[in-house]
Design a protein around this ligand. Sequence first.
Ligand code: NAP
Length: 278
Amino acid sequence: MAESARLSAATSVVGVMGDPVTHSLSPLLHNTAFAELGVDWVSVGFPVAAGAAGAALDGARALGIRGLSVTMPHKDDVAGRVDHLSALAGRLGAVNCVVDEDGSWRGENTDGVGFVDALRHRDGFDPRDRSCLVVGAGGAARAVIAALADAGAGAVIVVNRSPDRGLAAAVLAGASGRTGRSEDATHCDLVVNATPLGMVGQAGASWPVDPVLLHGGQIVVDLVYHPMVTPWLAAARSRGASVANGLGMLVHQAAFQVAAWTGHDPPVGAMWRAVADR
Ligand code: NAP
């Protein structure tokens, strides 16, 4: 049956709000999961300009929207506008998922748990007692830093262009967190790029970590997935490291959103195939 043929006045609507949003893979991931689960839900894109998150949330509530995936530039703004926050979303001060609870809206953050879930189940890496280095201190980095600490990482070392933001991000990892230097990467089991360096359009950008510091026995993850293999990831692979791009975080954070909205176990395999086959 065509997707549009199953939609009706009773269909539960969710969407991804952000700017830009038209290229987002989130509706594809959500709709693949809904179809696989056989539930009457649909996910669409909601382009919402910076500063308009409050109006968008009011409108969504009035329209009976069942949930929202929240992306740039609204994650911090939405954290201050939902009815209550999960402990993790409160700690991060950022929401990437709004869940309707009988008319009350709960803000969650599934980015970091999605990252760790992909690491464990896709890449076979458990962060427990391992040394991890994260480059960046923005929204994505902060989610990853907190999640690695929550997963029992032995050390979470943060390297960031702006030292103050790096320190604030390292604090999220509690006793296992500290700031460091790129050179620390050579002693780490996991090295993560959580900056836009290497993304399409970042002409002339430098390396997140000099590839000469990377080697076999490490897993190197670039949260960027456009391109699928960044020059840095290719260099890390040629140095013998195992590598993964940002699709794992994208797919698994969307899977947690589907679970939060519908209460069903998400069909992660089908969601992976949807982005791989596109
Ligand atoms: P953000 O909040 O704007 O943070 C950007 C971070 O990158 C900051 O720490 C910033 O350092 C650093 N940075 C930016 N340009 C830099 C440069 N030229 N040299 C060194 N550091 C630089 O962005 P974000 O939302 O965290 O996103 C970061 C990356 O993760 C983006 O590429 C995004 O596409 C990707 N991402 C992927 C997923 C996924 O599911 N795979 C999810 C979210 C984000 P300062 O603190 O010094 O400014």
